[in-house]
Design a protein around this ligand. Sequence first.
Ligand code: GYE
Length: 342
Amino acid sequence: MFKKSDVISRLIFVLFAAILFLMVLGGRLFTNIEEDVYVSEEENRIVVGVSQLGSESGWRTANTESVQNAFTQENGYFLIFNNARQKQENQIKAIRSFISQRVDYIVFAPVVETGWETVLQEAKEAGIPVILMDRKVDVTDKSLYVTCVGSDFVEEGQRAGRWLEKDLARRGMDERTVNIVILKGTQGSSSQIGRTIGFSVVAANHGNWNILEQEYADFTSAKGREVMEVFLRKHPDIDVVISQNDDMTFGAIEAIRDSGRTVGIGGDITIISFDAVNTALKMVSRGDINVDIECNPNQGEYISQVIEMLEDGQEVESQYYVEEDVFTIENVTRELIEQRNY
Ligand code: GYE
């Protein structure tokens, strides 16, 4: 027979064992519930792989921020972001990794227009819709992407040309020879190609517009300065600089000033720029840049709207253009500069 104290200690043991068992079970249940919630949240989110081409300019930084602000957890997205640092091979790698991760959408800003068929075909075969951001691709099979969200670069180039036409007429210079140099962006990129074509379409109407030279300067300030220094050494009589983005313009203006020449309104050299970032708008308001053709980097919001339409099963258009303006000293206000956070 058991002693009374034995029974009590056995009971206490059984009780402890039971409590321990319940605690472990409870803990497991709890963790399982948590995991389930986590998994279903992940499943409900739209997974977007974004291949950004690089970080060469202020415009690009703003474009990246706009994407990161649009594809947030709160908005129902899971963003996988990759910066290709100007290399097409890095973009191809990033896209392949998005495909193997089975993302829901691929958004990408192609550094150049050509050479994308193979990887886009792979995305198509995996059933992943591709949305082009900012720049375009040159492929014959248009079904390799769903739509493009970006700027009308040819129109931007024409706007530059049309502004120059008017400015020369206003100054009574529409008859005499006008010497022009062009700082071009990344070779083979849509923005470089479009802006060059757009401007040359207008230039073709003016026999007195003498394009002395045009050279690639990669959309960066350092390269803009370097190429401008060469232009200035070779051509003592430059009247107009067309610089296909603000970063190159900043470098070019430094080079011009170092050479002892002046820029902008009433200066030796007329400056035509593209992008209209905050610093450039300030320079427009001081008359250092004559005109800035705006390029709108806030494309994340537009793209998320396109994705929502696709999620709803709606048809989307093949191209969406963002809104853009042209800025001169006449319409750049302090308010506009304050609001421009890039
Ligand atoms: O103008 C420039 C950037 O493709 C529109 O790329 C974009 C251009 C932009 O580096 O600053």
